[in-house]
Design a protein around this ligand. Structure first.
Ligand SMILES: NC(=O)C1=CN([C@@H]2O[C@H](COP(=O)(O)OP(=O)(O)OC[C@H]3O[C@@H](n4cnc5c(N)ncnc54)[C@H](O)[C@@H]3O)[C@@H](O)[C@H]2O)C=CC1
Ligand SMILES: O=C(O)CCC(=O)C(=O)O
Length: 524
């Protein structure tokens, strides 16, 4: 039973995919609520209030997935989660419309002094002359960051007769044309816009994007909006520019520190604020909670998650294609590790045929997960595999080749270290399954699953018989047996499979047989 902690105020109705699932126990309450032992929590759901720090992650050793019921993941230490192999998923589009609508509402309110006028009427005043506003029509709106929310805002602004200039380094001219906006440089947006709204994530590139220097490039009388993340507009610089009358007003839904407390920006009448309400609608909260609950369930059902921050996104169709190779790569990684239980400082994966057409980086991560599984006690998966390999000084290489050795595809893994190399090659045969077709240079053909024994021996008469006799004496049934050799009388290998693993005593007895070189047990 997976223990799921839904911290922050996540809409219960949206958690249905988990609440109705018999394999999950959902607790709704804050991190400190004591509802569940944090050490036992498998999945954590948060909005923006809970700060998922490295320290919090450390206190949750069973945690496998963090779900962010929203877009911005700046409250989650992604690097720390990735290092631990914890998958982070979000709900990227469930609150787009709500946030765009809120931004538009803030813009209208700012231009027509609605919050200020509202307060005076509530206070028994009637000051019609004090609140002369500005029309949106014919004004230029500058949007910085034309992603989901920026695009929806642009559509609404166009409908109100505004002209829209955007800066987004990742936007194509074609997309700008479809949206009827003018793709501009950052400087051009600063210089030409009457109102500027930021809609980027908060990153080290966007932190302080609007600062003393860039604000000085804006039109005198400009209005600013931040319904994205506190800090994209430098708060002290903004206060300074309002103070000196350069910025006419600002609408802020977000702050660097939330709640902002006694903040200098709050003393200006021309600054209107909301307490991070962009996504606070019934619809958005239902959407994001449902999206993220589905993702968590999908993850535990071993299916591909659609919106992971630290795993590649994959459609169901792609997942179905890649899944058998993913399994094969992981098994080959394990076989390499078990059969070549020596120091390794280089692992190279070579893909051919249909395997080479897939997302090979994902397959390489799966092979690393298999390789490390019995080598280290850290849980290694596709999220942290590359990080762990780097940390352990293993160089990971990836190649694609046109040589498929007569198969429709191959996945070949070579481990190198201390002047030795060990190679395993496998293939996936449609409607038949995965096969290992080469082991340390020996041609062979076996199904990589169950309890296997890899025996290196000299190709002498009687060896196979002696092995069979010892196993028979212990009442052990050999399920399958494959042999391979390079030349008569030279080195040879056997791969046997059993219904249950052999005891260490039995393996020791087999090792003592004449002409046996090494024996490795592989459990897949
Ligand atoms: N106030 C609220 O309640 C909410 C706030 N947000 C915030 O809004 C942000 C945007 O959300 P979405 O539109 O869904 O994200 P998105 O990922 O669809 O869009 C972000 C856009 O910013 C652009 N961008 C990135 N770096 C840039 C840079 N240096 N300069 C200019 N453009 C840059 C990207 O190319 C992308 O098009 C989120 O990151 C989140 O922080 C999101 C939802 C609710
Ligand atoms: O209401 C919330 O959870 C915050 C929404 C938000 O800022 C986001 O989705 O990035």
């Amino acid at each position: 039973m997976y223990q799921v902690l839904a911290a922050d105020s996540i809409k219960e109705q949206g958690l249905q995919p988990l609440l109705e699932w018999k394999h999950a126990q959902v607790y709704m309450g804050g991190i400190d609520s004591g509802l569940v032992d944090l050490e036992k929590v498998d999945a954590l759901l948060v909005r923006s209030t809970t700060k998922v720090t490295a320290e919090l992650l450390d206190s949750m050793p069973s945690l496998k997935i963090v779900g962010r019921a929203g877009v911005g993941v700046d409250n989650i230490d992604i690097a720390a989660a990735t290092k631990r192999g914890i998958v982070v998923v979000n709900a990227p589009d469930g609150n787009t419309i709500s946030t765009a609508e809120h931004t538009f509402a803030m813009m209208s309110a700012l231009m027509r002094n609605i919050p200020q006028a509202h307060s005076t009427v509530k206070n028994g005043e009637w000051k019609r002359n004090q609140f002369i506003g500005n029309e949106l029509h014919s004004k230029t709106l500058g949007i910085i960051g034309l992603g989901r929310i920026g695009s929806e805002l642009a559509k609404r602004a166009r409908a109100f007769g505004m002209s829209v200039k955007v800066f987004d380094p990742f936007l194509t001219q074609e997309r700008a044309e479809v949206l009827g906006v003018q793709l501009s440089t950052f400087d051009n947006v600063l210089q030409e816009a009457d109102i500027i709204s930021v809609h980027t994530p908060l990153t080290k590139e966007t932190k302080g994007l609007l600062n003393e220097k860039t604000l000085s490039q804006t039109k005198k009388g400009v209005y600013l909006l931040n319904c994205a993340r506190g800090g994209i507009i430098d708060e002290m610089a903004l206060a300074h520019f309002i103070e000196k009358g350069h910025v006419a007003g600002a609408a802020l839904d977000v702050f660097e520190v939330e709640p902002p407390g006694d903040h200098p920006l709050l003393k200006f009448d021309s600054v209107i604020v909301t307490p991070h309400l962009g996504a606070s609608t019934k619809e958005a909260q239902l959407n994001v909670a449902t999206q993220v609950a589905r993702e968590i369930r999908t993850f535990f059902e071993n299916k591909p998650v659609a919106n992971s921050i630290n795993l590649p996104a994959m459609s169901k169709e792609i997942y179905e294609k890649i899944q058998p190779f993913h399994q094969l790569a992981k098994e080959i990684g394990k076989i390499v590790s078990e059969c070549h239980n020596k120091g390794v400082n280089e692992l190279t994966a070579t893909y051919s045929g249909t395997a080479a057409e897939l997302e090979t980086a994902f397959l390489t991560k799966a092979l690393l997960a298999g390789f490390f599984e019995n080598r280290i006690d850290v849980k290694v998966n596709e999220v942290n595999a590359i990080h762990i390999a780097k940390e352990r000084g293993i160089m990971v290489g990836e190649k694609v080749t046109g040589n498929s050795f007569g198969y429709a595809n191959t996945v070949t893994v070579t481990a190198r270290g201390d002047g030795e190399a060990f190679t395993v090659r496998g293939t996936y045969i449609e409607n038949y399954g995965p096969r290992i077709v080469s082991l340390d240079g020996f041609n062979i053909d076996f199904h990589p699953s169950g309890n296997l024994l890899y025996i290196q021996h000299m190709d002498r008469p009687g060896v196979i018989g002696h092995v069979g006799r010892i196993l028979g004496d212990h009442d052990v049934n050999i399920a399958t047996m494959q042999v391979g050799r390079k030349e008569a009388g030279g080195e040879a290998i056997m791969v046997l499979s059993f219904d249950k693993p052999l005891s260490p005593e039995m393996i020791a007895q087999l090792e003592s047989l004449k002409d046996i070189v090494t024996i490795n047990s592989i459990i897949l």
